[in-house]
Write a protein that binds this ligand. Structure first.
Ligand code: SF4
Length: 457
């Protein structure tokens, strides 16, 4: 019988910039291309065409995107641009007239069609090559789960609604099916992402769907409960403190949900929050945080803040520092205000001079580092569950270390737990394993420990 020769499949390179949401888009595009018979190329040289998934959130991110496009053109020459910056096709084409195609955010079909055109798929390609759970750019043991797209808010510093449009929630049964597939494929930690997780389902009036023989609403609390039943770590990101957030805290106390909330507060001064047009701008949020900690003492709260927003006075900034003293947040990211082209905040009066922004940035970093250090120090001597990200090589003393994270640490953005002597009794330790660790030391951002099996009995 004659052997059927299948011509080699075209190869696609991918440069993925921007936030976790953009990463999920890249995964979807790659999953679709792989199912169309394409191979992935880890480098420019081996790629028939290179996709650059861009970020257009800040002007600095746009510049980074343009640099990435320039590099891909110089290294390969056959480049397709997609993602948030794709909405500014004229800017891209003016600088790089040779790009093959430009498509915007979430135009999966358009970007896949552009790849088909630039480098047609081989006929009779095997299509069943996609592993369960799709192709992932994150390690196998954790996965981002995007539940909605777009946002109904209009924060004055943000242009995401104009790029991504109003909130569109995914069907809850589809989200849960995806989560289940990911868990079957080896995911031990789910990271729920969106622009506004608390608003999930508002656009479809929390429409009920069938899931495992019962009705389930398209609502954050129903979703959290159902994800909790999957038995893996589940973190909620981009949560705004609407009243119904209180209902997920008992799930954290029961161990169903990871005791972690990522709430981008951005500021504390009521005047600045009003100028920012922030959602769920609740003056009683400190009381709410206290209440959450009463129910679930181990809850870790992560947030981000903007300093130097137009009109922010020294008094507003001091209000924020005092608020942080009270709130005792576990993890904080701070940013200096940067005007983004097209954002309403650019027209606000009283811009804060750059040197004042820098000085405030240094002060908030100092404050939040001290709070973080004290909160981490309080964990020394406790035994905590950690998830392993990476197992190291053996050192000259024959000991092996590992990098892990506690439930208070989301990947990429929070701290680590560095483990020593992990091989004793755990020769097969691998990424995704969850084990109990005795915390021996702490610094400003990270913990240090040893698996409890290693402790003298
Ligand atoms: S909540 Fe505000 S900052 Fe977040 S995406 Fe919506 S408009 Fe932008």
């Amino acid at each position: 019988m004659a052997t059927k020769i299948i011509p080699p499949a075209p190869k696609v390179g991918m440069v993925s910039l921007g936030c976790p949401k953009a990463l999920v888009d890249s995964e979807r595009i790659l999953t679709k291309l792989r199912s169309d018979g394409y191979q992935m190329s880890p480098d420019y040289a081996g790629a028939d065409v290179v996709l650059v998934n861009t970020c257009g959130f800040l002007d600095s991110a746009k510049e980074e995107s343009l640099e990435a496009i320039g590099e891909a053109i110089a290294e390969n020459g056959r480049v397709i641009v997609t993602g948030c910056m794709g909405n500014e096709a004229d800017v891209i084409r003016a600088r790089f007239p040779q790009v093959l195609a430009v498509t915007g955010a979430h135009q999966y079909e358009a970007v896949v069609n552009a790849v088909h055109e630039a480098s047609p798929p081989v006929p009779n390609a095997f299509v069943d090559l996609v592993p369960e759970g799709g192709l992932k750019l994150t390690p196998r043991h954790y996965s981002y789960l995007k539940i909605s797209e777009g946002c109904n808010h209009r924060c004055s510093f943000c242009i995401i609604p104009s790029i991504r449009g109003d909130l569109v929630s995914r069907r809850i049964d589809a989200v849960l099916r995806e989560a289940e597939k990911l868990v079957h494929a080896g995911t031990r930690e789910l990271l729920v992402i969106s622009q506004d997780t608390s608003a999930y389902g508002v656009d479809v009036r929390h429409e009920p769907r069938q899931w495992k023989g019962a009705e389930i609403r398209t609502h954050m609390t129903d979703l959290a409960r159902a994800l909790g039943d999957l038995g893996v770590w589940t973190r909620l990101h981009y949560v705004y403190p609407y009243p119904h957030v209180d209902q997920v805290i008992p799930l954290m106390a029961e161990g169903k949900l990871t005791p972690y909330l990522d709430i981008p507060f951005q500021h504390a001064s009521p005047k600045v929050l009003k100028a920012m047009k922030r959602p769920a701008n609740d003056a009683k949020v400190l009381d709410r945080i206290r209440g959450w900690r009463d129910i679930c003492p181990d809850i870790a709260i992560r947030s981000s803040f903007v300093v130097g927003f137009p009109g922010e006075t020294e008094e507003d900034f001091q209000y924020l520092l005092d608020w942080l003293d009270e709130a005792q947040l576990d993890r904080v990211g701070a940013f200096r205000f940067e005007p983004v082209e097209g954002a309403a905040a650019n027209a606000l009066p009283d811009p804060v001079p750059e040197e004042v922004k820098e000085e405030r940035y240094a002060r908030i970093m100092e404050k939040t580092a001290a709070i973080s250090a004290a909160r981490l120090q309080a964990k020394v001597g406790r035994t905590l569950p950690v998830i392993v990200d990476e197992v190291g090589e053996m050192d000259e003393d024959g000991s092996i270390g590992a990098t892990a994270r506690s439930q208070a640490d989301a990947p990429e953005i929070d701290g680590n737990v560095f483990l020593r002597d992990v091989q004793i009794g755990r020769a097969d330790l691998k990424p995704g394993d969850i084990l109990d660790v005795l915390i021996e030391d702490a610094d400003e951002h990270d913990l240090y420990g040893v698996p409890v099996e290693n402790q003298p009995r």
